[in-house]
Ligand binder design. Structure first.
Ligand code: PLP
Length: 442
């Protein structure tokens, strides 16, 4: 096939839309809760609401706030609601970004520039972050020229604060913590990490991308949630994804700061451009208005009661799944997860092979490594299918080869190989090649 060029003549509108729809046929099915990640599905009319709200502002551009004051109004109101849920007071400020990666990037960029300003002697800045942190931290460190020092986590899959303390040196400027870690679903001991940050004058960023719009509602439902937000004094910035547990389409997250003096270090301005004085709060130039409207729409549509009701369904589904999986002799859940995300593994059967066979039955989970496990992001829609999922697990497990089996399907063998390569730079190179080959038409 090779090169695909622009068709000489256009298609009819109907043909375009039908062709686009046909592209979905090979995609994973998710509307009935078959997918445990990537999409946060309520199983209610929230999906229609966010589509309509975002369509209303789909074409508008958030780049110029003077042209579209509507977008500034919606953005500041959404941020205000998220910061109020995150223990922020009147002083706290923030912005909407394109997602968790950009939110973390902006917070770490602000922290780096704050450190340049506050501690000009530090030329080679470092940050200390637990191993369970999301790769967005590593990516930001890579782009921003900050050395990232990863510290071990404890047996309970939470940050080891003593190891973090030991990793601090005269170049350290940032400490990291996560409130609901992606791989295991834990809240790090933010109060202890905050005390460490305050003692050493470090910037503490809390990545609440996953937990930021679930933990506040679990707390209201009486769950025991350790303090992780601006109520902890050393927390300088916090990220919370709206496109996760606030159920909007992808492309919207909040990054927030304890006060506007800290947020100043996030903002970029260039005064000498022929096109005019140019300033943006975050990484993007042009910004889609639709996502901002979707966020505003979902917050007002659900209200606190709606969010609590969805959190309740999600927590119930999580409890059923965790209990069910732990009652299967060959399986165990990793640690005691704090919210609605968890992982499970096995010492007896090959977990990647289990994943492949569950996929044949229509269930999709992300495969994890170190140790091999399967990842479960639970959504409200899963309450209706949790029992069916567990039935299928119990039915399929007897067919799954043992953990050390050499006879694995292609996909399971690839995961096993990548997870056990002793030279991690080889696994890295493999991933670069994979991506480089994927995005081409041949
Ligand atoms: C999802 C996630 C991120 C990254 O967010 P994106 O929206 O995928 O860019 C960062 N941290 C945690 C804990 C996450 O779950």
């Amino acid at each position: 096939m090779g090169q695909i060029s622009l068709p000489q003549k256009g298609m009819s509108r109907e043909e375009v839309l039908n062709t686009l729809k046909s592209f979905k046929s090979n995609d994973v099915k998710w509307h009935e809760g078959q997918l445990f990640g990537l999409i946060y599905e309520t199983g209610t009319d929230v999906e229609d609401l966010v589509k309509e709200a975002s369509a209303l502002f789909l074409i508008e551009n958030g780049l110029n706030p003077m042209a579209f004051p509507s977008l500034v109004k919606m953005e500041t109101e959404v941020v205000s609601m998220v910061k109020a849920l995150s223990g922020g007071d009147d002083e706290a400020v923030g912005n909407l970004t394109s997602g968790g990666t950009e939110s973390i990037f902006m917070a770490l960029k602000a922290a780096r520039d704050w450190a340049r300003h506050t501690f000009p002697k530090i030329k080679e800045p470092e940050m200390v972050v637990p191993l369970s942190a999301h790769p967005a931290w590593n990516k930001a460190a890579h782009y921003l020229g900050i050395k990232i020092v990863m510290t071990p986590i404890k047996d309970d899959f939470r940050a080891d604060v003593t190891a973090m303390q030991d990793a601090i040196n005269e170049n350290t400027i940032i400490l990291g913590a996560t409130a609901v870690t992606y791989p295991h679903g834990m809240v790090d001991p933010v109060e202890e990490i905050s005390a460490l940050a305050q003692k050493h004058n470090l910037w503490l960023h809390v990545d609440a991308c996953l937990g930021g719009l679930m933990l506040p509602f679990l707390k209201r439902l009486g769950h025991d949630i350790p303090a992780y937000d601006f109520s902890v004094p050393g927390v300088m910035s916090l990220s919370a994804d709206i496109h996760k547990y606030a159920y909007t389409p992808k492309g919207v997250s909040a990054v927030m700061y304890r006060n506007a003096d800290l947020r100043k270090f996030q903002i970029f301005a260039y005064a000498d451009w022929a096109g005019g004085v140019y300033a943006t709060p975050c990484l993007a130039g042009g910004r889609p208005g639709g996502n901002i409207a979707a966020a505003w729409g979902v917050f007002h549509y659900l209200g606190e009661e709606g969010f609590i009701a969805l959190a309740k369904k999600t927590a119930e589904a999580t409890a059923i799944l965790i209990e069910g999986i732990n009652s299967i002799p060959q399986l165990y859940v990793l640690g005691s997860p704090d919210a609605t995300v968890f992982a499970f593994g096995s010492d007896e059967i090959n977990i990647y092979e289990l994943s492949t066979r569950m996929a044949d039955s229509g269930w999709h989970m992300e495969a994890q490594q170190l140790p091999p496990s399967l990842h479960m992001t639970v959504s409200p829609v899963h309450l209706a299918v949790a029992d069916k999922f567990l039935d299928d697990l119990r039915r399929i497990i007897p067919e799954v080869p043992p953990a050390d089996s050499q006879e694995l399907s292609e996909q399971a063998a690839m995961y096993a190989m990548l997870g056990t390569m002793p030279d991690r730079s080889m696994a890295r190179e493999f991933a670069v090649e994979y991506i480089n080959n994927l995005y081409r038409t041949t």
